[in-house]
Design a protein around this ligand. Structure first.
Ligand code: ADP
Length: 515
């Protein structure tokens, strides 16, 4: 179901007004432009086709775009670099929205002494990496598996990396935001004009608002403060493989206390056997059997890459003396579990840096898994939040793996540690040129969401198609949280000019639901 698209005359008028305000070179409304902003991974991307896109390069241009959008009743869907692949890419929830592409806003302000940056939305992980490298790499990034996107967009959708600063959204410190009526606000200490502590103290005075603008549609973020990790003196750790599916539970129970006490400060991710194969090969190199991969093929994959059913990379960061002491404890705890293999990893300042997520180096090769099935590939994420318990992880794994086999899908999953929680990130790898498979994807995802809800689990992030459904599972007291979100939306943006439908939040004019 979709709201009616704005009529052609309205789109044409808006387009001309955008050209007058931003210049023709920043306004994109032809067919190729629209195609380039669609979500190539969506089950049916026609549901999310934008009317066009505009690329302002200043707060003033964003304010002008908002006025034009209001006047013509066309919603704007802000993106930073629009590489939110698996969750919607650069496409809007509501077809007919205009993409507000902020990728031209690329200013970086760096406070080297305090280890903070103030970033505009268009700054990509590669941009910031190059910037820091040119200044001696005194601070490290925390990059997501696909680092093609922006630092701001990733933190705004609560993306995660693998270093101690892996929970990017928790490192946000102060924002500049344009509200739907054009008001420019700075949060935290930024509300004091010219304050030197904007990027140092998160809360300011009174309510703290940064998270109000995360995974929401309450404003357009034009600057974000972020803490960076000081480059460590040394890095130590190990890559470990475990032979049996049943090893997941004890592994979670062994890592969780180390994570909670702080001996392990990074966010380790336990992943299954498909990781390497899905990136380095295509499925037809292994089998032409339909349905989920058989145990025989799984064993062949494991033999080729010498991987277990599960593997995890653990890393310690900081002073060498401290790391050495912590490593001995880590090794003892892991040896207790009798891993199939254990490969130590070590690095010291001055040595060449391993290009990996553990060192915050931007990467794109994991995206190659979109080609696993051949054809026009993609993946959609299913990512419920669990307690850090081996029993909960095992039950979630067994339930989900059974569903993958029932629907004939290849299992790619990971269990990513936060400080107190575990996120079970499942990638549903798909082939848009396989109609039989594509027919299964939507019912499969809905089943997974319902299974998780039945356990009291909700997703931390979801694809455009499932935002309403996931929001509806947060159902305490008659969906009181959704109603609160809608009241805030109505107070800030009553006609729904910014990203209607984002995270299941719709303006009151549609009755708080999709029209
Ligand atoms: P990336 O640049 O990392 O690829 P995206 O631009 O795809 O990230 O952004 C992820 C999601 O976050 C978008 O779909 C959008 O909903 C939201 N978002 C991104 N940038 C902004 C912004 N500057 N202001 C408000 N919301 C944003």
């Amino acid at each position: 179901m979709n709201a009616p698209l704005p009529d052609l005359a309205t789109i044409k008028r808006a387009r001309n007004q955008f050209i007058a305000a931003l210049g023709a070179s920043q306004v994109f409304f032809n067919e190729e432009d629209i195609a380039s902003y669609r979500d190539k991974f969506a089950v049916d991307d026609t549901f999310h086709l934008p009317a066009g896109a505009i690329a302002p390069d200043s707060v003033e241009q964003i304010q002008a775009a908002l006025r034009i959008a209001q006047e013509n009743g066309i919603p704007l869907w802000p993106i930073s670099r629009g590489k939110n692949l698996g969750y919607g890419g650069s496409a809007p929830v509501l077809a007919g929205s205009v993409i507000l592409d902020l990728s031209r806003m690329k200013k970086i302000e760096y406070d080297e002494a305090n280890g903070t940056v103030l970033l505009e939305p268009g700054v990509g992980f590669y941009d910031l990496y190059d910037f820091l490298q040119a200044r001696g790499m005194k601070h490290w990034l925390s990059t997501p598996g696909n680092s093609w996107g922006s630092v701001v967009g990733n933190a705004l959708d609560r993306g995660v990396g693998y270093t101690p600063y892996g929970e990017n959204t928790s490192k946000i410190c102060g924002m500049e935001v344009v509200l739907a009526d054009g008001t420019l606000v700075r949060t935290g200490m930024g509300a004091l004009d010219g304050s030197p502590t904007w990027q140092l103290y998160r809360y300011g005075f009174g309510p703290a608002w940064d998270q109000l603008f995360v995974q929401s549609n309450f404003g357009i973020v034009t600057k974000m403060g972020l803490w960076l990790m000081p480059a460590p003196e040394s890095l130590m750790g190990m890559d470990i493989e475990f032979d049996s599916p049943d090893d997941l539970g004890p592994l979670v129970d062994a890592i969780a206390p180390l994570r909670r006490e702080g001996l392990l400060q990074q966010s380790p991710t336990i992943g299954n056997w498909l990781r390497a194969a899905a990136v380095l090969t295509t499925r037809d190199q292994w089998t032409d059997e339909p349905g989920a991969l058989s145990d025989k093929v799984i064993q062949a994959i494991r033999n080729r890459y010498k991987v277990g059913w599960w593997g995890v990379s653990l890393r310690l960061y900081g002073r060498e003396d401290v790391n050495k002491a912590a490593y001995a404890i880590l090794e003892r705890e892991m040896d207790r579990l009798k891993p199939m293999s254990k490969k130590p990893a070590q690095w010291k300042q001055g040595e060449p840096l391993e290009a990996s997520g553990w060192t915050g180096t931007p990467l794109t090769f994991p995206m190659q898994n979109a080609n696993w099935h051949g054809g026009r590939g993609g993946h959609i994420g299913f990512s419920p939040v669990l307690p850090q318990s081996g029993k909960a992880a095992m039950e979630q794994f067994k339930r989900t793996y059974e569903r993958y086999r029932e629907y004939g899908m290849d299992y790619q999953a990971s269990f990513a540690f936060g400080e107190r929680h575990l996120i079970n990130v499942n990638a549903v790898l798909l082939n848009k040129d396989d109609p039989a498979m594509m027919k299964k994807v939507d019912p499969f995802l809905k089943t997974l969401i319902a299974d998780a809800r039945a356990q009291g689990y909700g997703e931390y992030r979801t694809h455009l198609d499932y935002m309403d459904l996931v929001a509806s599972t947060y159902d305490f007291n008659g969906n009181a949280l959704a109603k609160l979100n809608q009241r805030v939306k109505d107070a800030l943006d009553p006609v729904g000019i910014i990203a209607p439908g984002k995270s299941g939040i719709w303006p009151g004019k549609t009755g708080g639901a999709r029209a």
